[in-house]
Design a binder for this molecule. Structure first.
Ligand SMILES: NC(=O)c1ccc[n+]([C@@H]2O[C@H](COP(=O)([O-])OP(=O)(O)OC[C@H]3O[C@@H](n4cnc5c(N)ncnc54)[C@H](OP(=O)(O)O)[C@@H]3O)[C@@H](O)[C@H]2O)c1
Length: 297
């Protein structure tokens, strides 16, 4: 164990807390205590990171370390922090952080009142299996928001995880989180809608998703290699209004929500294609006329 790294207490031994504990442990951070609502979760996490103490006494766990990571669900962060503060779990030398993407460091005001410095420390990752999550965290981006001293200490954690820190202000946290939902959650919703569009063609739901996955992977690879706006391909990028017209005709019997989504994303695709530079103004205008009035096709 490398005692040069600050000691860590994990409060909330779920998917994110356990993944982060494993990742930090691998980078030489001693995990002094793991606390959770249930002893079973705390023990499961502790066994993966050689933590000497497991408890359901959150304040006791917090007292053990220089860095307290509150990894409970968003809705419990403020109340858990207050509970630890009431139990004298915080002190002046500590960094207290939570992992929420949507909430700011102000959720940890009760720790601040005890003299600790506070940070929202959001890994821009999807974490479910703890071991896999720990691997994913290495090299990830992390969004940090909080007071300057806390950000500096958070940046050291990110750097040890070979990651990149993005620093934003508290008033931008909700917009930041909305953008991430757009990028991640709505990608899933888009696939659901594409599968619904394939159903009338006779392609079964299970096969439809399997068939789409390599296409999605290809698009992600394009993003990786070409970035925005160059990753965009397809009929709008090529200025192919005839194909667009045939799409809209074929969709006329589909539910209105599918058609409306296709239209609005298509209008955005025209903007991206113009930015990419290979859609001329005349073709862009023809396509926009189709997308804005699909029922007349
Ligand atoms: N999972 C992700 O992909 C991800 C990514 C980035 C950020 N985050 C953030 O990470 C945080 C945790 O999310 P998660 O996905 O890890 O949730 P999770 O898997 O549900 O884990 C939350 C853990 O918190 C514990 N807990 C709940 N209420 C508690 C309380 N009152 N006192 C003590 N422990 C309590 C639960 O304990 P028991 O098991 O003992 O009941 C559970 O193990 C959230 O702020 C989330 O926004 C998650």
């Amino acid at each position: 164990m490398n005692n040069e790294k600050p000691s860590i207490s994990i409060i909330g031994a779920g998917a994110a807390g356990t993944a982060l504990a494993i990742a930090l442990h691998r980078k030489g951070y001693p995990i002094h205590a793991v606390a959770s609502r249930s002893e079973a979760s705390a023990q499961r996490c502790a066994s993966l990171v050689d933590a000497p103490r497991t408890t359901t006494d959150l304040a006791l766990a917090a007292q053990s370390s220089e860095v307290v990571i509150i990894a409970t669900p968003d809705g419990a962060i403020r109340q858990v922090c207050e509970q630890i503060a009431r139990g004298n779990g915080f002190s002046g030398y500590q960094l207290v952080l939570h992992l929420s993407g949507a909430l700011g460091a102000e959720e940890l005001q009760s720790a601040r009142d005890c003299g600790a410095i506070t940070l929202s420390f959001h890994p821009i990752q999807t974490l479910s299996d703890p071991q896999k999550g720990a691997e994913l965290l290495i090299g990830s981006y992390f969004c940090l928001e909080g007071e300057r001293a806390a950000i500096e200490r958070g940046q050291a954690l990110v750097s040890d995880l070979n990651g990149t820190a993005l620093v934003i202000s508290d008033q931008d946290k909700a917009l930041y989180h909305a953008a991430l939902c757009m990028a991640s959650n709505y990608l899933i919703v888009l696939q659901d809608m594409a599968v619904r569009m394939l159903e009338p063609t006779g392609i079964p739901r299970e096969q439809a998703l399997k068939a789409l996955l390599p296409l999605i992977q290809g698009s992600v690879d394009n993003l990786l290699h070409s970035g925005l706006p160059h990753a965009l391909t397809g009929p709008i990028s090529r200025g192919d209004s005839q194909t667009l017209e045939s799409h809209l005709r074929a969709m006329s019997a589909l539910p209105k929500d599918l058609v409306a989504l296709y239209q609005s994303l298509g209008i955005e695709a025209v903007r991206v294609a113009r930015e990419k530079g290979n859609l001329n103004p005349a073709d862009a205008r023809d396509i926009l006329i189709l997308l804005e009035a699909p029922n007349q096709v």
